[in-house]
Design a protein around this ligand. Structure first.
Ligand code: RAT
Ligand code: ZN
Length: 440
């Protein structure tokens, strides 16, 4: 019988785990951030933080303001209205509000002054290139995967023009319109771009869709393909979405050795008046995903479901299919109580073969809070799990802890994708805050 672990030993173990979790650099595998070469598409700074769509939805619960009046305002006016409604007139305790304060705090700003004009002045001093490096260093984020859509007119021209890639930013090919609006939108657009497609999914059309996917995969050096799916998506099925997946997307992923990432459970436009903030959540059909994965054993699938109700059955599915990798807690699941619940459930059911978090940041600075908050929760759950092991006499070494944390923060993902990154080293600790450079 192993003697119980003393509380001193437990405290030491907790400190070792926390250190590893708080200092290991992460690969943020899904964001809406951009390589700085995309200019205005990379959002950052206090106004963008305040008009984040998570906050817009919350602010409308407090506003006495018609929707169109808000949308007619400038970004700065919208930010003022949100700041007043969510930070000044009420305490900012929701996760998205708290996130703004954590971000400011991590940047070394004094939030207790509640002085929005002073905050704006501080941000105005930065140049975007320096600020990107600063945020990534403070957040301990080593690489950022973008979300790249050829169907986005602003983004497409930048790719077509060409630019020098920033190696810290990897790309993912986002194909929602292709799979979800084939007839109304994607087919006519592909025709405009010189692909010989018809609305009917003939052999010729399918091969042209594959040519389109191949062109864009090469152009952006895609690390995976991605789609968000409504709760009522079913596979198998006769609709364009499952047919295109089967005939074009999955064969393409096999040919290029790329995973196909799915984000099930988004109900688009539940309240269209809220624009980007107006989407809701629905329970997806886990059996559909099991069918799809079982029918394609040579494909790799990444899944992050939006509904809490799907998390358990997806963990069970991941136990059945090694070609399924679960990741992240986003949007309505990106709240401390659910991150903790999901992380614990995943570790208990599938061990370390998971990527527990991605930031889904839409504003660069958000990586500071999203990672800070999640790291603390992941550390708490891991401490508990290692303590359970220690109670059996299996005390993890520092090297083992470091290896495991690296896997959770991108290593397992890279391996799943077939890439073998050299093991990342720890972040330099207590790096002094960099002085703002001048904005270009
Ligand atoms: O979390 C979000 O910001 C959502 O608006 C979605 O964009 C989601 O992340 C997605 O990629 O569809
Ligand atoms: Zn996203």
């Amino acid at each position: 019988m192993t003697p119980p672990v003393s509380s001193k030993r437990q405290g030491e173990l907790a400190a070792r785990v926390e250190k590893a979790v708080l200092t290991t650099p992460v690969y943020d595998i899904h964001t809406h951030l951009y390589d700085p070469a995309f200019g205005e598409l990379l959002l950052w700074g206090i106004d963008d933080l305040l008009v984040y769509h998570y906050l817009v939805a919350e602010a409308f619960r407090q506003f006495d303001l018609p929707y169109d009046k808000f949308w007619a305002m400038s970004k700065q006016e919208q930010a003022n209205a949100i700041w007043n409604a969510l930070f000044i007139e009420h305490s900012p305790i929701s996760e998205a509000c708290r996130g703004v304060l954590t971000t400011l705090n991590r940047l070394g700003l004094d939030v207790k002054k509640r002085d929005l004009p002073a905050l704006r002045k501080w941000f105005a001093k930065w140049k975007v290139a320096d600020y990107t490096t600063h945020c990534m260093e403070v957040a301990g984020v080593q690489r950022i995967c973008m979300t790249n859509s050829p169907f986005d007119d602003v983004e497409r021209v930048v790719w077509e023009r060409g630019f020098n890639r920033d190696e810290r930013f990897t790309a993912a090919l986002r194909i929602d319109p292709l799979l979800l609006s084939w007839h109304d939108s994607a087919a006519p657009r592909l025709r405009d771009w010189g692909y010989d497609v018809t609305p009917q999914l003939s052999e010729k059309t399918v091969s042209e869709v594959r040519r389109f996917l191949a062109d864009w995969t090469r152009r952006i050096n895609a690390q995976y393909l991605m789609v968000s799916l409504p709760p009522d998506f079913r596979y198998p099925g006769d609709q364009a979405c499952p047919r295109l997946m089967e005939t074009a997307v999955l064969p393409h992923c096999r040919e290029f050795g790329l995973p196909f990432a799915m984000m099930p459970g988004v109900k688009r436009g539940v309240n269209p008046q809220l624009k980007l903030a107006g989407d809701g959540v629905g329970h997806c059909d886990t059996a559909t995903y099991e069918n799809l994965i079982a029918a394609h054993p040579d494909n790799k699938f990444l899944i992050t479901a939006l509904a809490r109700e799907n998390q358990y059955s997806l963990c069970v599915a991941a136990r059945k299919f090694r070609n399924l990798h679960l990741f992240g807690c986003w949007w309505f699941t990106n709240i401390p109580s659910l991150i903790e619940e999901m992380t614990r459930m995943r570790l208990e059911l599938i061990g370390l073969s998971v990527t527990p978090q991605h930031s889904d940041a839409r504003v660069l600075d958000q990586i500071l809070y999203k990672w800070e908050h999640s790291r603390r929760i992941i550390a708490r759950v891991l401490v508990e799990k290692y303590a359970d092991l220690a109670a059996t006499g299996w005390e993890p070494t520092n090297t083992e802890i470091q290896r495991d944390v690296q896997d959770l923060f991108g290593g397992a993902f890279d391996r799943f994708c077939g890439r073998h990154q050299a093991r990342a080293t720890q972040l330099p600790s207590a790096r002094p805050a960099k002085k703002p450079g001048r904005r270009k």
